[in-house]
Design a protein around this ligand. Structure first.
Ligand code: FAD
Ligand code: FMN
Length: 447
């Protein structure tokens, strides 16, 4: 265990390089095999490019709707769609969300980076695009639009005009459902409604960073009102519907696991430029009392669950409220007897922002976390962030990956996740990082 950043160990890194290339080749071979299996032809493919599961949910419903009309239809993740699969497909519906600043979701990086850059002959292909997005971002539905434009430029034929969906707008989704129903030749459209909200109450609310230079961050322990605690898995999300803006739910990473008997969130109080608190964070951190009803529903976040990585060593990287998702993953592993955990966490000052200090320190002391590296950006003259720790620990990162580790990143997209991605690319090589992502060993819950 270490709280300090050790000097670079390039010698070790170089020594590991040879065996490391062998590992990369292995990952690529495994991935190629998996892609070939996943891309078995169906008459209709519904391809989803999803980060947190909305596009995937809609793709599955769309494939089911096509199947009710007797069509041979299958939903498939865009990461399984290579040039050969696209050449073999004749009818494809794309459901694409947008991330970052108009970027593709993580799973679509190879499609966007390689396939779209290389171009393809797609005159045989008929397609339609459902683009998921949010008009509060500058590049609204950027990736869905890019996919639509690219397919048309490759000679593919639109079945109908692209439909853009602003924050899950029900009218736009009904329009898509209508079009897909027509393709299926059925008016028998089942309900695609997301699960209903439940009533929850705040059992406890604790300020985790008193005196911090940053905005206050609270731990909320939530309990279902008059009902049993529902099931969820580490990595999942909770959606809260704020009373002042109920039609736009906000997502929060769940920080606890069901056996703890409560659903914990770590919520940062947001303030707008005019000083007013954010709709959801203001409600959760300041306004709501233990008597108020919190409207909340759970969302399975398949891509951030431990899943096939449950028995691998875990490198957990994050900052600020991102500790929520990482804490749930660590707790699940520790309770399951998996102690091969390395947490890299960043905040501003050790004295004020060492979130969940006693618990994390206790896990380290008991050997439940093999290694804890903390980057407190403002405790020294020069800022230090988690990505700097990754670079400083390059040899160890390579060693963990070589031992089969998975990498989970949770927290802010601005600054942290981009910086971590860049550092991992430098330390491991971009191709290896892409292969880890494609193989489900590099997963992110970033916002
Ligand atoms: C997958 C995911 C996981 C997340 N996990 C967490 C988590 O674990 N913890 C956490 O704290 N957050 C998390 N978030 C962020 C969270 O969902 C909310 O975005 C956050 O709490 C802010 O919501 P709010 O309603 O308080 O603020 P909003 O009212 O939505 O305002 C947010 C910001 O938008 C701007 N803004 C919005 N409206 C106006 C306006 N009218 N005038 C001026 N400025 C405006 C301001 O900059 C403001 O600070 C996550 C997000 C995602 C997508
Ligand atoms: C961090 C973040 C960045 C986003 N960036 C954009 C964007 O640039 N343009 C846009 O239209 N939507 C953007 N969105 C909205 C998502 O595309 C939208 O919420 C979508 O429904 C997510 O679908 P998914 O669950 O399938 O990933 C962003 C959402 C998040 C959380």
């Amino acid at each position: 265990m270490s709280f300090t950043i050790e000097p670079l160990r390039w010698g070790g890194a170089l020594a590991l390089t040879g065996s490391y290339f062998a590992l990369c080749a292995g990952i690529w071979r495994a991935q190629r095999g998996k892609r070939a299996a996943a891309a078995a032809p169906a008459d209709w493919l519904v391809v989803y490019a999803s980060q947190t599961g909305n596009a995937e949910f809609l793709a599955q419903r769309s494939a089911e709707l096509l199947a009710t009309g007797g069509l041979d239809a299958r939903a498939a993740c865009i990461s399984t769609l290579d040039a050969a699969a696209l050449a073999a497909a004749t009818q494809v519906l794309f459901i694409a969300s947008t991330y970052g600043e108009g970027d593709a979701p993580d799973t679509a990086a190879p499609f966007a980076g390689r396939l779209m850059a290389a171009g393809a002959e797609l005159r045989h292909l008929h397609y339609a695009v459902l683009a998921l997005g949010d008009t509060s971002y500058t590049n609204y539905c950027g990736f869905g639009r890019a996919v639509d434009t690219w397919l048309a430029a490759q000679g593919a034929t639109r079945l109908f005009e692209r439909i853009d969906v602003d924050r899950g707008d029900p009218a736009a989704l009904a329009d898509w459902q209508h079009h897909v129903g027509r393709l299926a030749g059925t008016a028998d459209a089942p309900d695609w409604e997301a699960p209903a909200y439940g009533d929850w109450r705040i059992g406890a609310r604790t300020l985790l960073n008193p005196g911090s230079a940053g905005a206050p961050l609270y731990r909320l322990a939530l309990l279902p009102a008059g009902a049993a605690l529902p099931a969820w898995e580490a990595g999942d999300l909770a959606q809260v519907s704020p009373p002042s803006n109920p039609e736009h739910p906000r997502e929060y990473s769940i920080a606890s696991i069901p056996t703890e008997g409560r659903l914990d969130l770590l919520v940062r109080l947001q303030r707008r430029d005019d000083g007013t608190p954010g709709a959801a964070s203001g409600w959760l951190c300041e306004d709501a009392t233990g008597d108020d009803v919190i409207r909340l529903r759970l969302r399975a976040h398949e891509r951030f669950r431990l899943g096939a990585n449950a028995r691998r060593p875990l490198i957990a990287i994050g900052n600020g409220s991102g500790l929520a998702g990482l804490r749930a993953l660590l707790k699940a592993r520790i309770d399951g007897g998996m102690h091969d955990n390395w947490l890299l966490f960043g905040e501003r000052n050790r004295a004020r922002d060492f979130l969940l200090r006693d618990e994390l320190q206790g896990w380290v002391d008991a050997g439940r976390i093999a290694r804890l590296d903390l980057a407190f950006s403002r405790d020294q003259a020069e800022s230090v962030y988690v990505q700097d720790v990754l670079r400083a620990q390059a040899a160890l990162v390579v060693e963990w990956i070589e031992r089969g580790a998975a990498v989970y990143v949770c927290g802010s997209l601005q600054g942290m996740a981009g910086g971590v991605h860049e550092a991992l690319g430098e330390v491991l090589g971009q191709e290896t990082l892409d292969a880890l992502a494609a193989g489900g060993r590099y997963r992110r819950d970033v916002y």
